[in-house]
Design a protein. Structure first.
Lengths: 229, 413
């Protein structure tokens, strides 16, 4: 929850802008084959699952994002298995009730593929997969807003990691699995439903965080510009 | 904002500095000591020279201590360095005992500073045994391994391991380099300092003078590899790639610049092989530069159209970072940390053979627009990911993390 205090006119808390930083930690789990990969996933800590599905969005990358998680990318590029890569790439953590369900589906796809393809049982990856986990440190930026229209000016100045925290990490930590902006706007009842719908349309996985910031900012700016007419 | 923070802010953007300031708040007044084995020369000293004063400007009580040793000690630590990188060297027991003695002597000198510090960063193997002699330490100790320790000589690693396993955490540059240790191993890639002589913007007059000094043609295309004359850097492969590309780009110039090889017998042999391979081609310049020729190296990278680092084995590859920072696409060997920096069709190309390198050289000189776009992207890529400020941010995060224990989410808000 990123809200605190309340607006003077309404019983709705302010939106508190936070930022985060993330650090990667080795797990000493490594896979050279799909079988080893599968066995590690079976016992992998949830923080490691988080890292390979979400935290990688904070890592160096470019706009053309072929696969949205590290597992799919490794299967495609180091095991050259396009079929399994496609199947793993479609897994979106927010569509599962909990991380264990996500793990179950990952294992299902891998086991099916191991059963189907004999060569994948022994094929040696061109690059070893290194399982990592991460720690995230969250801090207050001492900035807060009380009215949604103030977001139009606030968002363009957000750091990339703050965009990550409010737009991506929020989906993991909030009960309704949505970003913090929509969560806050929903507190105003139906007033901002069209804006919430526009924000729902933004798919955060295929752009850089800087571009994502731009998309979110433009969505707010357009909405309030239209309202002003 | 203080002058040093202001200077970095002009390069990284104010938000990056603001981010550091926010993060450093919870560490205000903490004593942080960095220990390494040299004040001048080498990548570690270059980073500490700026990281320590920057940390102080952020409110930490940071200092930098350097251990001292005799020639036997450095003979031992040089072998140790090579052995951790996989060389099959056997270090005599008397040298290993001396290594411990020197560490003990240094611990006697530094004990009160080290034992009182909240955080102690020990860089590389040379001072690794200090911890053994600081039994009343109150802070967290972190061993920072700057070396590729992915395939160490087992006997040497067992010797080092008995010291480093007692630390509270370790840092490796890449996950591939991590050794199994009974504490958290953090992954923090190294970085470059954009304000150092090696990376700072240079006036055109200085570039022109370097061009004249080495007889480089301003109108002809140029490629360069700035690296030690070492087999793992594959300078012979670079010459082969140049010769293949030259069939299509007849005026192509190649600069191979490295340090003086007088103290490295193998370096001299490789240098001789490089001279033989170059033959009498006037468009190949083989330069031996002194260790402090940072601005010359900077100029050569800026004068090149493409920077090469065709290594067959590489640690992180900061010469790649330097080339990218100068807005040049890099053609690099598909190995180690080069893979983290060179992204095909974005910041350059990863190659496995001289033929592959030649193909990419031809491609880039044929696609000047693409080369320019890649150069712009390269600089931005380094700005976002591989500058000193990012490394400092991760050090601060690590310190916060160690204060709070190994939990996956630390909320300071």
């Amino acid at each position: 929850m990123n809200t605190t205090n309340t607006s003077p006119n309404r019983d709705i808390p302010h939106f508190v802008l936070k930022d985060c930083t993330l650090i990667a930690i080795a797990t000493n789990k490594r896979a050279n084959t799909l079988k080893e990969f599968r066995d590690h996933i079976e016992n992998l800590g949830l923080d490691s699952l988080y890292y390979h599905f979400w935290a990688n969005l904070l890592l160096p990358r470019f706009e053309e994002r072929e696969y949205i998680n590290d597992f799919a990318s490794w299967v495609r590029h180091s095991l050259s298995d396009a079929k399994l890569a496609e199947q793993l790439a479609v897994l979106d953590p927010v569509t599962f009730n909990n991380p264990e369900e996500l793990r179950y589906h990952l294992l299902e796809y891998i086991d099916d593929r191991l059963e189907e393809s004999e060569h994948l049982q022994w094929f040696h990856a061109t690059q070893r997969f290194e399982f990592l986990r991460s720690q995230i440190v969250v801090f207050d930026t001492q900035t807060k807003v009380s009215e949604p229209h103030q977001m139009s000016d606030l968002i363009p100045g957000m750091s990339a990691s703050s965009v990550f925290y409010h737009f991506i990490d929020a989906r993991r930590r909030t009960t309704d699995k949505i970003d913090d902006f929509r969560h806050w706007l929903a507190l105003f009842g139906d007033t901002y439903q069209p804006l919430i719908d526009k924000l729902t349309d933004i798919d955060p996985y295929f752009t850089s965080l800087v571009e994502l910031r731009q998309q979110v900012a433009v969505t707010f700016q357009k909405y309030f510009a239209e309202q002003a007419l | 904002m203080t002058s040093m923070l202001e200077a970095y802010s002009a390069i990284t953007g104010a938000d990056v500095i603001h981010h550091l300031q926010q993060l450093a708040k919870s560490l205000k007044g903490k004593t942080v000591v960095h220990v390494n084995s040299t004040r001048v020369g080498g990548g570690v000293a270059e980073i500490l020279e700026k990281m320590v004063p920057l940390s102080r400007e952020l409110g930490l009580d940071a200092r930098w201590e350097v251990i001292t040793g005799d020639s036997e000690f450095y003979q031992c630590t040089k072998s140790m360095h090579n052995a951790i990188q996989g060389d099959r060297v056997t270090i005599p027991d008397n040298l290993l005992s001396h290594f411990e003695e020197v560490n003990e002597q240094n611990a006697n000198q530094l004990r009160s500073i080290l034992e009182d510090a909240d955080f102690v960063f020990i860089h590389d193997p040379q001072p690794a045994a200090l911890l053994k002699y600081c039994s009343n330490r109150k802070g967290k100790w972190i061993w920072r391994c700057h070396i590729d320790a992915s395939h160490p000589n087992r006997k040497t690693w067992r010797f080092i391991d008995k010291f480093v396993r007692e630390y509270d955490a370790s840092i490796f540059s890449l996950s591939q380099f991590v050794q199994l240790l009974p504490h958290p191993s953090y992954i923090i890639p190294p970085s470059i300092d954009p304000l150092s002589d090696k990376n700072v913007d240079l006036p055109q007059a200085e570039l022109d003078s370097v061009r004249v000094r080495f007889g480089l043609d301003p109108d002809a295309p140029m490629i360069a590899q700035i690296s030690r004359f070492d087999r793992f850097k594959d300078p012979i492969g670079v010459i082969k790639a140049y010769k293949l590309a030259k069939q299509y780009i007849p005026t192509l110039q190649l600069v191979l610049a490295g340090g003086s090889a007088t103290d490295d017998p193998e370096g001299e042999i490789v240098l001789e092989e490089v001279r033989m391979a170059a033959g009498n081609d006037p468009n190949i310049k083989i330069l031996q530069l002194p260790p402090d020729a940072h601005r010359t190296i900077n100029a050569l990278q800026r004068l090149s159209d493409i920077v090469l680092q065709k290594s067959t084995k590489e640690g992180f590859g900061l010469t790649v970072t330097e080339g990218l920072w100068k807005g040049k696409p890099v053609i690099g060997g598909d190995t180690g940390g080069i893979r983290l920096q060179v992204i095909n069709f974005h910041t350059g190309f990863l190659v496995n053979t001289p033929e592959g390198a030649a193909l990419r050289i031809r491609y880039l000189f044929n696609q000047k627009q693409k080369m320019q776009e890649m150069g712009i992207k390269s600089r931005e890529f380094v700005r976002e990911n591989f500058l000193l400020t990012r490394q400092l941010r991760e050090h601060l995060t690590l310190m916060v993390s160690l204060q709070h224990g190994v939990i996956d989410r630390i909320d300071l808000s």
